[in-house]
Write a protein that binds this ligand. Structure first.
Ligand code: GRF
Length: 209
């Protein structure tokens, strides 16, 4: 059984997509052992509670400084003893100590086709604003392992989404969520749970096989 912890900051529609996929068997052999939010008001916490999933708020507001918060977050995650950590709209910079500890055991969903529109400052609507400003005709979403950089880890899955002439950042964000994110995040977890993607191994090692 793959034990996963999902980290969230907002509405949690990606979390919901994973919960649904576990329930309907698209993701097998997997248990969501906890949901962690840095934001006490995140609706994602309600989604977890509704399914009797352990839902914890670990907020920087409750800590003296960032360093203390980072320790609190790390401890909070470790306590749940996950095999895999899923960042699903988690607006917190992962401390290097944590990304090293969970190397190739932590994945993130990003709402663009990495390496486009990613890295520092590219989060939420800003990603889609930048895509529209640049005039790209295709965007999408990416699931990748988390390393010490921002959106720089090995890519696991991507899905493309067309940009329409009448798109606004909001309509594009919605279409990327619906057509790409809700599909590839559960798919990546399913592949990890089935052993198709190996945890704790670099993609290079996997390619060598
Ligand atoms: C998604 O677009 C995700 O890719 C981004 O933040 C958004 C979170 O949406 N990092 P939700 O909370 O899962 O609805």
């Amino acid at each position: 059984m793959l034990k996963i912890v999902i980290c969230v900051s907002g509405g949690g529609t990606n979390l919901q997509a994973v919960i649904n996929a576990v329930e309907n068997g698209t993701i097998q052999n997997t248990e969501i052992v906890g949901v962690i939010s840095n934001n006490a008001n995140a609706y994602a916490l309600e989604r977890a509670k509704e399914k009797n999933i352990t839902a914890v708020c670990i907020s920087p507001k409750d800590y003296f400084d960032r360093e203390e918060f980072n320790i609190g977050l790390f401890e909070g995650i470790k306590k749940l003893q996950p095999d895999l950590i899923v960042l699903a709209g988690f607006l917190v910079t992962i401390p290097e100590q944590m990304s090293a500890y969970y190397k190739n055991r932590m994945i993130n969903i990003h709402p663009s086709l990495i390496p486009a529109f990613c890295g520092k400052g590219y989060y939420g609507l800003k990603v889609h604003e930048a895509a529209l400003e640049r005039g790209v005709k295709i965007t999408g979403a990416t699931v990748h392992f988390v390393d010490s950089g921002m959106d720089t880890g090995p890519i696991l899955l991507q899905k493309a989404v067309c940009v329409l002439p009448e798109d606004t950042p909001k309509t594009l964000q919605k279409r990327v969520l619906e057509e790409a994110e809700w599909e590839i995040l559960p798919k990546a977890i399913a592949k990890i749970a089935s052993g198709e993607i190996l945890l704790g191994k670099s993609l290079l090692e996997i390619d060598d096989k």
